[in-house]
Ligand binder design. Structure first.
Ligand code: ZN
Length: 250
């Protein structure tokens, strides 16, 4: 989610960004999106990975994901206000999301970048701090400076800073003492699911499966992947979706 937020805040990103990673590893899918209002949400599949308990130092340091990711594809969909959305995909380079995002910006956007994303846990395995940094070089920039920044944040460097402070301004000052601050963008976890969206989402189900659901006439319960809200779809709503698809096919 932090990576999606940082991508969404780039001036060239437009109004909304969604990031998806599909892999052949234990983490099969990672999805996160952000709207132009700063509403962020995300989920992973499967939600329960059963990762072994962490030692004290692991909790406060860099956590590696590559072992659970395997090979896969990272896709980014960016939607500008008026333009149609733009999707770009790359194969995963390492399975560490920050390294793959860095690779994505370099290969897909052709912008030299340095990215670090880290999550630190407390003694109860709850998120103590989550943060990230994304630095992009202007076309005429000194790439050695970017390299020095990358060296400072890579391999747990940023996790160490995050363990000391989760204040974004303080982190910025530590990385770039002379950086000019701009206004902060407020961010908020917020899901946009609704009964209407859930019913609309039934349209992607195979039509023969829908026909079966109509024939059964049972209420269907749908759980939102993002916020776990539960929705009950009535037999009548299912039938309406089915009828609309059949009519559109005629
Ligand atoms: Zn939801």
């Amino acid at each position: 989610m932090t990576g999606t937020v940082l991508t969404g805040l780039l001036p060239q990103s437009g109004a909304a960004v969604s990031l998806q990673i599909l892999t052949n590893g234990r983490i099969r899918q990672v999805f996160a999106d952000i709207t132009d209002s700063g509403h962020v949400r995300g989920y992973i599949r499967p939600p329960d990975l059963g990762i072994p308990p962490l030692s004290e130092t692991q909790r406060l340091g860099r956590r590696t994901l590559a072992h659970a990711m395997g090979d896969g594809i990272l896709s980014m969909i960016r939607t500008a206000d008026a333009d149609p959305c733009v999707q770009s995909s790359i194969e995963l380079l390492t399975g560490e999301i920050d390294e793959d995002l860095e690779d994505f910006f370099g290969r897909s956007d052709q912008v030299a970048s340095a990215v670090a994303l880290d999550v630190l846990l407390d003694a109860d395995d709850r998120v103590r701090a989550a943060g990230g940094v994304l630095v992009q070089a202007q076309p005429s920039a000194d790439l050695q400076r970017l390299e020095a920044t990358r060296a400072a944040i890579a391999d747990g460097g940023f996790a160490e800073m995050l363990a000391e402070t989760s204040d974004a301004r303080e982190l910025l000052r530590r990385l770039f003492a002379t950086a000019k601050e701009i206004d902060a963008t407020p961010l908020e976890w917020k899901c946009r699911c609704s009964q209407e969206r859930v019913v609309t989402s039934l349209r992607v189900i195979d039509v023969s499966e829908l026909a079966e659901m109509v024939a059964k006439g049972d209420e269907v319960e749908v759980t939102c992947d993002f916020c776990a809200a539960r929705y009950k779809v009535t037999p009548r709503e299912i039938e309406e979706v089915y009828t609309a698809i059949i009519k559109a096919q005629v």
